[in-house]
Design a protein. Structure first.
Length: 220
């Protein structure tokens, strides 16, 4: 396949560019335990990865009998951001991948995340990746609807003046895959060893890869 098979590359952030999900869920797990809901890290990730905490308020109520408050959420965001600033790492191989992708696509690359802009830009800055996406970071918090709705991917494609149907989306959760497919894009899923490839294929991913160098080879 030629390098211009796609007009643009659109990346999710958490779990695709940065290894943030276990850090975020570690903080969340501790704070939910304070409210009486005891979870392992793996259970917490199973419930919350790919979702905003706010959108899982019913689940929290079911297990704690307690309603999420704005104050509690702000406290969670503050604790999460402090933990991320300290411990965040880039996904293995992603720096080489982005260097290669930039060579092929130039500025026709964007980040389309379900997370808030502050968190996304802070994480990308911490791991030295923000320069690849200067002025091209899109947050689901700023859209009418967040993932699994396609809004954030459609906004990124429009900004890049690319046909969504000619974009390649890189995702790692069923929620994100649904968003990419709803936008009409081709969706490839990053699924590191030990993660559930089946769930990503069932969600509709066109291809699944376990390492960033495999994605890099596929873009050539």
């Amino acid at each position: 396949m030629g390098p211009m098979r796609f007009q643009a590359l659109l990346f999710d952030c958490d779990g695709v560019l940065v290894d943030s999900e276990a850090i975020t869920c570690g903080v969340l797990r501790d704070m939910l335990e304070e409210k009486g809901w005891r979870l392992t890290l793996a259970q917490c990730m199973g419930h919350f990865v790919g979702h905003t905490v706010r959108n899982r308020a019913d689940l929290v109520r079911q297990h704690t009998g307690w309603d999420l408050t704005e104050e509690w959420l702000q406290s969670f965001y503050a604790r999460r951001n402090a933990a991320l600033a300290q411990d965040i790492r880039a996904i293995e191989g992603v720096l080489d991948l982005l260097g290669h992708a930039q060579h092929l696509y130039g500025a026709r690359m964007a980040v389309a995340s379900g997370a808030d802009r502050y968190k996304v830009e802070m994480m990308l800055t911490q791991v030295g990746l923000l320069d690849f996406f200067s002025g091209r970071v899109f947050s689901g918090h700023e859209m009418p609807r967040s993932k699994p709705a396609p809004d954030v991917y459609l906004a990124a494609a429009a900004h890049l003046q690319a046909d969504p149907a000619a974009c390649l989306v890189i995702e790692d959760t069923p929620t994100g895959i649904a968003a990419g497919l709803a936008a009409g894009a081709t969706v490839w899923a990053y699924c590191p060893q030990g993660a559930s490839e089946q769930a990503l294929l069932q969600a509709g991913a066109h291809r699944v890869f376990a390492r960033m160098d495999q994605l890099q080879q596929a873009l050539v």
